[in-house]
Design a protein around this ligand. Sequence first.
Ligand code: 3HC
Ligand code: NAI
Length: 687
Amino acid sequence: MSEVVNYTVDGNIGVISVDNPPVNALSQPVRQGLHDAISAAQSDACQAIVLICAGRTFIAGADITEFGKPAVEPLLSDLLNFIESSGKPVIAAIHGTALGGGLETALSAHYRCAVANAKVGLPEVKLGLLPGAGGTQRVPRLAGVQAALDLITSGDPIPASRAHELGLIDKIVDGDLREEALAWARELVEQGAAPRKSSEQAIPEFDPAIFDGYRAALEKRARGQIAPQHIVACVEAATTHSFDEGLAVEARLFWECMKSPQSAAMRHLFFAERQAAKIDGLPKDTPLRSIESVGIIGGGTMGGGIAMSFANVGIPVTLIEIDGEALARGLSIVEKNYAAGVKRGKLSEEKAAKCRALIDGSTDYATLADVDLVIEAVFEDPELKKTIFARLDSVCKPGAILATNTSYQDVNQIAAATERPEDVIGLHFFSPANIMKLLEVVRAEKTADDVLATCMALAKRIRKVPVMSGVCYGFIGNRMLGPYFREAQLCLIEGATPEQVDTAMEAWGMAMGPVRVADLAGIDVGYKARQALPESERGDPRSYRVSDVLAEMGRLGQKTGSGFYRYDPETRKHANDPAVVEIIEREAAAFGIERRAIPDEEIVDRLIYALVNEGMRIIEEGIAQRPGDIDIVYVYGYGFPVARGGPMHYAEAIGHQRVYERVLEFRDRYGAEAWTPAPLLEKLATA
Ligand code: 3HC
Ligand code: NAI
């Protein structure tokens, strides 16, 4: 029939098979092939049609690479109406993941079976879109309004068993899917089963107040995003309009989303994430080292969370601490975290117990003799880290990977403390390490290719999103945070309050304003880091003086109950503290600064363009492989709003020239030391 869609007849059943690797996306040739196959099946002798896919999955959705380009017929929604109008029953046979347009295709079939480990979902919202081929109209008819809203606004896939309960799948099959689907098709023919159109099912009863409830919840959960609100409107339309009218509402809102900068940003992130996993110049077939056991040194804030990340996927961990007391403390935090997960319904008690049992503790480095990977997560003290790596060198087996979770230290120097620098790498997790998705994989000068490739693959195994960084102070993410925090602090001393800075940034979309982030991370962290540097390297004193004062007062942030804000000991809710504004005013006066009203727009531009300018330097220096890698770091590690696509995408979307001109304006107003445009920004702006 075509290269990507095959049609054969098996006895009295027509079999349409899609074969479009890697994920059977609905590219134009697939849509055309499906159209032609359904047409052919209408006029031959078959009595029912099975729709199945080759390779690792059922159709995983529309072809995202076609988005943003002119639509080419047949359009997916037309094709699916055509499939549904087939005079012969169509049976979809699902394995792998039926996602987006893939699930919509299955819903346009008249019957659906799936293997038990299949998953289905409508992830369009994660691309700033909504299901545009009937998903918002057919799901509420089959599964009810609440299930439809849950499925489509979350974008999270559900297992076949749940889809079966909801009525999205009719039958779960064991054994060979093709054989089972054919047998079921024959059964249906024997029973005289007619085509059963999802579009003609009545929507189960529901409470009409549900829509406003979702609108309000989504306003909080997906602040500023248009697609989730449009999804609610589409599902509501399914309940108030005919199927065809509902489809028209869906189509109008789908195209509105598709043309939005939000969707462009989120589609960019989809591809950037996949690209970030690839290392330029590293052969795809680079051999991987086997990682079946892990040692972690330091069971503090980071070590415990890192241990959980491995245990959660079944990899045993040995946690090393300085003494029995510290070890007991570390293990008890891990235990508490698992218990909290069980309480919140994140995992079952049984699963928690299984994971917990995989984490063993010791105070003896000799227990690391056989582990495949060690991750050091002790205090941020370069000398201590070097001593530990020298010790690991003498304890660990040849071929073990030796990693550091350092936030700032030079991984080359840490590697040089061993006789095997090729086995040393940085694995920079983010706090809380068992939850945050980002993993910066820091390639040192001598890191071996197979060590790097192993760590990139391992990240995926422990469900992290890896981004490679070169060695520099703070790697990609924390290095960029320097100028971002600098501007936040300068805005404070020049006239803003902590609340104004945070509210401006949160209204723009950041998950948490920078001043609250400083309180959360601990004001002492930056303070100690500055103290370790000669004064000439600490930067503009106006940008850290207030922090230093707070640190010296013992106001270290959330952990001490006060920092830039005061914190309720029970709820941890923050409150403004007039005493801090007084400190800011006093320090401003000491610098001779006359405080002024700073517009929110200036706060946002200064903070975000400071990120962008540093990001440009990071690209120029080859610390990050590509701008998209930086975007992934910021979205997954720093709460940057997905609908803005990361700082580098945002700069491109706004226009490099506009960013450049604003940077020049800031340079003229605030000085060249902070605001000299990166040569790459200048080049892009003037290209
Ligand atoms: N279109 C085009 N390319 C796609 C694609 C799609 N829908 N889905 C995946 N790919 C590509 C990836 O870019 C990647 O390419 P690469 O090898 O060149 O980097 C390759 O397929 C493999 O993808 P993954 O690395 O993600 O493979 P995994 O096995 O880890 O995951 C998956 C497979 C779960 C299917 C995952 O790829 C995924 O979630 N895909 C997107 C699904 C999706 O969003 N579908 C909805 C699309 S929008 C839609 O359908 C609109 C409709 O309502 C009109
Ligand atoms: P922490 O102070 O919470 O924990 C450090 C632990 O290391 C302590 O429990 C201590 O007893 C233990 N330790 C010290 N010396 C040891 C030794 N010789 N052998 C075994 N254990 C020893 O520190 P945290 O926050 O977990 O940081 C650890 C590392 O992770 C640092 O390098 C830090 O820069 C980095 N990091 C921290 C992040 C954070 O948000 N806290 C985020 C990302 C990285």
